[in-house]
Every structure is written in structure tokens, then in C-alpha cells.
Design a protein around this ligand. Sequence first.
Ligand code: CP
Ligand code: NVA
Length: 331
Amino acid sequence: MGVNLSGRSFLRLLDFSTEEIEYLLKLSRNFKDLKRTGTPHRYLEGKNIVLLFQKTSTRTRCAFEVGAMDLGMGVTYLDPGSSQMGKKESIEDTARVLGRMYDGIEFRGFAQEDVEELAAKSGVPVWNGLTDLWHPTQMLADILTVQENFNYDIKGKTLVFMGDAKNNVARSLMVVCAKLGMNFVACGPEECMPASDVIEACKPIAEANGCTITLTTDPKAACTGAHVIYTDVWVSMGEPDEVWTERINQLEAYRVTQELMDLADPSAIFLHCLPSFHDTNTTIGADIAKKFGVTEMEVTDEVFEGPQSKVFDEAENRMHTIKAVMYATLK
Ligand code: CP
Ligand code: NVA
């Protein structure tokens, strides 16, 4: 039987089989071809979706909006301050209202339980646009980018996550690598390792798919021979500003530098979900430079701007992959 995701929510990748993830990646490639050739694909004309954001966004919001419009759908965007949700209306009531009006709901917020409650109570597919625990739509874009750079042959390749390996992106990468047969390495200080429940959930999946999960505090050992070096911000949305001092001290040794890239496989690529602090051209970047004298954080500007960096292909792929998720679940 073929894969059928119609009516399903997309909340975390642990809920999806290898076959289902591979299907979404293939669909993403098809949508990318349609977009590149200017072929109309208004397959979901007449449907409407709503985007609920409790946190800020550039890529995720724009990918959902453009993706939905390309598919012929109407889109409503509700920003962090402009809905009743949470303040005057419970998640459950919000879900029951939105489910009456929309065919699908995207949610970016703090608690994973909130996106799960929306899915349970709205009666329509709900897509997780990032919570404190997971960032599943990001994973499809990341893996599509890896596929494109390794001739669609990713099994047995090694992805290293450098830095705050306990965060939503690192956790999600561990899951997607395990599901797709890629070796995953979390490299950071002991205090920033992924939670044990995620590791325990991923271990048997990795074993069944012939790949490994490694945790290490040694950046050089981690990057030697790797195919993908990935990093993310040192402080995630929703964390208090006070953690910056501690995080900078903990993570400076885990910045992705050209020296580390040179230890990787010659074909290695650099990925980052973005946004990135690779220079001081942001208010936070400039502020950190002033306070701590740190002008590049999780990655050097040299690597970010260098030939191995595929971060803007990766960002573009958010649109193609999110379109695939919406199509697969709403068709
Ligand atoms: N990578 C990502 O989710 O980017 P935004 O925060 O801009 O959506
Ligand atoms: N870990 C980051 C990812 C941003 C896309 C955050 O949660 O802020």
C-alpha cells in the first residue's frame, strides 16, 4: 500500500515511519521542480489555513504563506499578540473555533503540549512550526539539502550537531537521522547534551536502520570525516537573556570554524536552520559583541559565507518541504 498522510497532523517526526518521511521528501522534490519550471500547482484551491505564532519567524511563516498561496489556498496569519489564545481563551476553545473555519492550522509556540492539544481538539491537521521540544518541518528541508548535495544517497553519511545539543533542532535531527539511516553525532559540553528520553527513543530506531548515535565533548573527534556539520543559535527563543553569559562560556569551544570544517570529509557541507549570529550585523549580535567581546557566535563568518555553506539552499527548501507537508495532509 502506498503512503497516505491525508488528515494527519505533523507534530514530531517520532510519529512518522521512514517510508512516510521518504515520501514527504520525494514530494518536496516534485514541488521544487514545479516551482522551478513555473508550473502552476493550485491543487488545494478553495481551502484555507491559519498560522498561529507565539514566537517570531521569518522562514517558517513565509514558507507556509507562499506554499499555501502556490497551492491555491487562503491564509490567515495571527501574530504573537493578536489572537485571544492563551490570554482570554484556552487552547482547547481556540482549537474548536479554528477547526470550524480552517482546513489546517500551523502553530509555533512554547509548549509541545499546546500543539498536541490543538491537534487533538481542532479536528483538522495541525503542523508544528517549532516548539521548545521539536522543529519537525525544519528537518525535511535539512535532509532535502543533504540529499541534493550527496546525490540522494544519504544512508551511512554522518551529521554532526555542534553546540547546544539539547535544543529543539538537535533533538529533531537525532530523530530524522535515526529514521533515515544517517549517523548522528551530538557535540557539545555535558550540560548541553540531548535529554536521555530522546536518546533512548532514537537508539533502537538507529539500530534498526543501521546507523549510530554518538555523544561527544570533543569537537575535533566529532568533525573528523563528517559529511554534514550543523549548528544553531546558543540561546533559543523563549530562554531568558540571563543564560547568555553561561552559554557563551560553555559553547565557545564548539563554534564551527574552518579548522573544524577542514577535518571533515572533503565533500562536507555546513548547515544551519537560521537565523544565525555569524557577525555583528544584528542588534543582539552587536549587543553580545559589546558585552562579551564575541563577534561571531555558533559559526565563524568565514564558514557561513564559505563554499561549503548551503544555508540559503536549506532556507529555500523550507518552502518546498512545507508545501509537501500541507499537500500530503490536506489532499
Ligand atoms: N529556521 C527557522 O525556523 O526560521 P524562522 O525562525 O525564521 O522561522
Ligand atoms: N533553536 C532555535 C531554532 C530557531 C529556528 C530556537 O528555538 O530559537
